[in-house]
Design a protein around this ligand. Structure first.
Ligand code: FAD
Length: 411
């Protein structure tokens, strides 16, 4: 009996995980179009690699079938991930918001240890080798590289990732391969990225960081919200708080739904408390309104926020009417921002959309369309929030596919 021959297409998080777990009993060949494996892992978490999160719940994932996520994590959880990483010499540490990192706090530790493990377990890694075609046959698959080389395999694991962040390997290649094999692709759109804002005046705040809450509203209903650091940019807004709401905003825009962002620059104050706080700043009625806000906002913020709300910054605080007081409170607690056209995949940490998961068995990752084909990671129509959720999905789906093949009878 010969060992089962497996091709893993894509040497990212899920492809590496699948390769490692299949390699005990199978002959594994890992094909990666870039010159090295794990390029996204290297840049992840700002070079620290936010590997997972201690609190993985289906609510942190999005896509057309969230039940799929439950089944995946029932099979390979974040605790399994922690145990696996420990077993290869990568203990994890927990930081704020349950984020898990390698103890070294360096993503290069992860890629170095993966390289070592791939070698130790005898995985054949074909770098700079793009797979252009996968042809299912009677007894397995023929795969053809862009250099027209042909290989025969018993099984294929498609781990090509999404089209997000092309500078580190993101491409549409996985969607094209899956589609050519009969899979349905839910159109991808960029998520976890900065947002364009229509109000041009806000661009004058470029470079300023401010802790606030952003709320996403559609037809008066709050769809999403996030609190944290906002960064004003030359085109609109960025920073963690923006990345967190970007999926909801872009989904609305793509589906042509009405959407507006409300920025609350003083989330710790209720509207009443904000009013009382402002009254205390306005005791000296000779002060200009603009000047009265200099002590509580960063430079440039008072004039721009007042201007954007159509309030005369030069007026004396003694002349503030109840109507203007209300307008100032709104400028600080619920500034309306209109998101513009979504920014591109080149800035997106992840892509929503991908292979329709109804066509994948969540207990094995095997395709329900092509027997013997397995699909993993971000290529699937599931995306997670920022905070380690996307890598966890990649580890889990890769591990499920790899161990399923590892446990099959040899040919
Ligand atoms: C800047 C940035 C920071 C991030 N930070 C985090 C973080 O801290 N925590 C987190 O959870 N997630 C993070 N993510 C998201 C996370 O990196 C991805 O969700 C995860 O890497 C997806 O794993 P994957 O295996 O599905 O795809 P990838 O890791 O993208 O791997 C796919 C691989 O397939 C290769 N490939 C594609 N097509 C072919 C082909 N035809 N032939 C051969 N090879 C091919 C690609 O070159 C790529 O190397 C970040 C992403 C980015 C861009």
């Amino acid at each position: 009996m010969s060992r089962r021959r497996i091709a893993v297409v894509g040497g990212g998080a899920s492809g590496i995980m699948a390769s490692l777990l299949a390699s005990e009993n199978c002959e594994v060949h890992l094909f990666e179009k870039e010159k090295r494996t794990g390029r996204k892992i290297l840049v992840s978490g700002n070079g620290r690699c936010n590997i997972s999160n201690s609190s993985i719940t289906p609510g942190r994932y999005h896509g057309s079938n969230i039940k799929f996520v439950n089944n995946v994590f029932g099979r390979f959880s974040n605790s399994d991930t922690t145990v696996f990483f420990m077993s290869i010499g990568l203990p994890l540490v927990e930081k704020q918001d349950g984020k898990l990192f390698p103890a070294s706090l360096q993503s290069s530790s992860v890629t170095k240890i993966f390289d070592y493990e791939l070698g130790r377990r005898g995985v054949s890694v074909h770098l700079g080798t793009k797979i252009d075609r996968i042809i299912p046959g009677k007894n397995g698959f023929e795969i053809i590289t862009s250099g027209k080389e042909k290989f025969k395999f018993d099984n294929v694991i498609l781990s090509c990732g999404s089209c997000a962040y092309p500078s580190v390997g993101g491409s549409r290649s996985g969607y094209e391969l899956a589609q050519s094999l009969g899979h349905k692709i839910i159109p991808p759109f960029p998520v976890i990225l900065p947002l364009n804002i229509e109000e041009k005046k806000i661009r004058r705040l470029q470079g300023i960081k401010w802790d606030c809450e952003l709320r996403v509203l559609s037809n008066g209903r709050i769809l999403d919200s996030s609190a944290g650091e906002l960064l004003f940019t030359a085109y609109g807004i960025s920073g963690p708080v923006t990345l967190n709401i970007s999926r909801t905003v872009n989904e609305c825009i793509i589906n042509k739904r009405d959407v507006i962002i409300e920025a609350d620059f003083f989330p710790d104050y209720s509207i009443e408390e904000m009013g009382t706080f402002l009254d205390s700043l306005w005791i000296d009625g000779r002060k200009k309104l603009l000047f009265s806000l200099y002590g509580v906002l960063k430079e440039k913020m008072p004039e721009i926020l007042l201007e954007m709300s159509g309030i005369n910054p030069e007026m004396k605080t003694g002349d503030i009417t109840p109507g203007i007081r209300e307008k100032v409170i709104s400028a600080l607690k619920s500034m309306k921002l209109h998101p513009g056209k979504p920014r591109g995949f080149d800035e997106a940490v992840a892509a929503a959309g991908g292979i329709a998961v109804d066509e994948i068995d969540p207990f094995t990752m095997e395709s329900r369309i092509v027997r013997g084909l397995f699909c993993t990671g971000e290529l699937l129509d599931i995306d997670g929030d920022s905070g380690g959720f996307n890598l966890q999905f990649a580890w889990s789906t890769g591990a499920i596919a790899g161990s399923c093949l590892n446990n099959l009878q040899p040919n």
